[in-house]
Design a protein around this ligand. Structure first.
Ligand SMILES: Cc1ncc(COP(=O)(O)O)c(C=O)c1O
Length: 387
């Protein structure tokens, strides 16, 4: 048996799961076609709808986030269909590829890493491809740590040009604003292991009625991901296939936590946490990777000072401070480090992480002013005590 040591896991997902969420998974296995499961599913559904701010159905797929994104591709895209995709990091690049793999045609609107395409550029692509069927957006591209701050405007564009609007919100859902109906999204995909502070393995997918209609009229080439099938079973508070029951228990507890805090307040807490990180790191002389306008509240990505070795830095964080964060990938490998500011947002998590970053950098020869950084972050985090 593998022995696992408890660490402070602040990856950009998965992140630490609170004990009550973790312990919920030790409840007995129940009949997924029985009354207890129906109660569980009802409880999840009610809370999920409030967090999605939607009147539509929220499906819970026993799959990781990629499955959730694939479900959207399978239900919307048919061979030859065009979809407009803003590409500004690894995950939006991946989403565009998923569309191509489904024999659709992704129209990529690229931007340099650390920035994002302007709304005008997206509209330009739509005008150039009047036959496009959908916009597929990654709201928070986790690899550079970039949040697309015009997601609401893209919903307006989608409505004006008669397009479906799909949002991969896997890494940000619950941690930043995304009122599904108000922003006119047809599909919103969330991942359990990020701001929803649940273990990995579930994708929550908000689906508008018109997307379900589309999926009914023109069924996807997929057994596992048919939205019409999920919606049918959801009317009986079931899932079409055997659900990952322990994860559903965990999700129910995690959503209850968010419901108690309130989704708007939960989002505010993520914003305050992010601000504390950015201000503290700037006080240490570090620079965020992403331009201010698109900086993420849930993935804090910071450029390494010259000469700092990514592996040595993260090894020091892990071995000396028991803290697990990550580096960059693809083009950004060795250039940035990233911290997940997701789920439980508390001073007792954030201050030690900032201190661990500062002291690890000092060990590697960087003259980081840790004391000032901690003072600045402490002052900022007072906003967590207000409510
Ligand atoms: C924006 C985004 N999309 C998709 C995924 C893929 O999710 P998963 O690894 O849960 O399949 C991730 C994972 O980090 C992500 O951040």
């Amino acid at each position: 048996m593998v022995e696992i040591k408890r660490k402070n896991v602040l990856l950009p997902g998965p992140v630490d799961v609170p004990d009550d969420v973790l312990l919920a998974m030790s409840k007995p296995i129940i009949n997924h076609r029985g009354a207890e499961f129906h109660e569980l599913m009802k409880s999840i559904e009610n809370k999920a709808k409030a967090i999605f701010k939607t009147k539509y159905n929220v499906l819970v797929l026993s799959s990781s986030g990629t499955g959730g994104a694939e479900s959207a591709v399978m239900n919307v895209i048919r061979p030859g269909d065009k979809a407009i995709v803003p590409v500004f990091g690894e995950f939006s690049w991946r989403l565009a590829n998923q569309i191509d793999q489904a024999r659709g045609r992704a129209i990529r609107v690229n931007a340099q890493l650390g920035t994002a395409p302007a709304v005008d550029q997206i509209e330009g692509a739509i005008k150039e491809h009047r036959d496009a069927k959908a916009i597929f957006l990654v709201y928070n591209d986790t690899s550079p740590g970039t949040t697309y701050r015009h997601a609401k405007e893209l919903g307006e564009l989608a409505e004006r040009y008669g397009l479906y609007y799909v949002i991969d919100a896997i890494s940000v859902f619950g941690g930043d604003e995304l009122p599904m109906d108000d922003w006119k999204a047809d599909v919103v995909v969330a991942g359990s292991q990020k701001c929803l502070m649940t273990p990995p393995g579930l994708a929550l997918v908000g689906v508008s009625d018109r997307i379900v209609e589309l999926a009914k009229k023109d069924p996807p080439y997929s057994t596992y991901f048919s939205y019409a099938n999920y919606v049918d079973f959801l009317s009986k508070f079931e899932t079409p296939f055997t659900p990952a029951i322990p994860l559903f228990y965990a999700l129910d507890v995690a959503l209850e936590r968010i419901a108690k805090i309130g989704i708007d307040e939960n989002i505010r807490r993520h914003r305050v946490g992010a601000s504390a990180y950015y201000k503290a790191f700037e006080a240490m002389g570090l620079e965020p990777f992403v331009v201010e306008q698109y900086r993420s509240n849930v993935v804090i990505s910071i450029k390494y000072p010259q000469g700092v070795d990514d592996m040595k830095f993260r090894q020091t964080m892990d071995e000396e401070y028991n803290t697990v964060i990550t580096g960059g990938f693809g083009e950004l490998k060795g250039k940035i480090f990233r911290i997940g500011n997701m789920g439980v947002i508390e001073k007792s998590r954030i201050l030690p992480t900032i201190a661990a970053v500062g002291f690890s950098l000092r060990k590697l020869g960087v003259n980081a002013n840790v004391e000032e950084a901690i003072n600045i972050a402490s002052a900022e985090l007072k906003q967590l005590e207000v409510k």
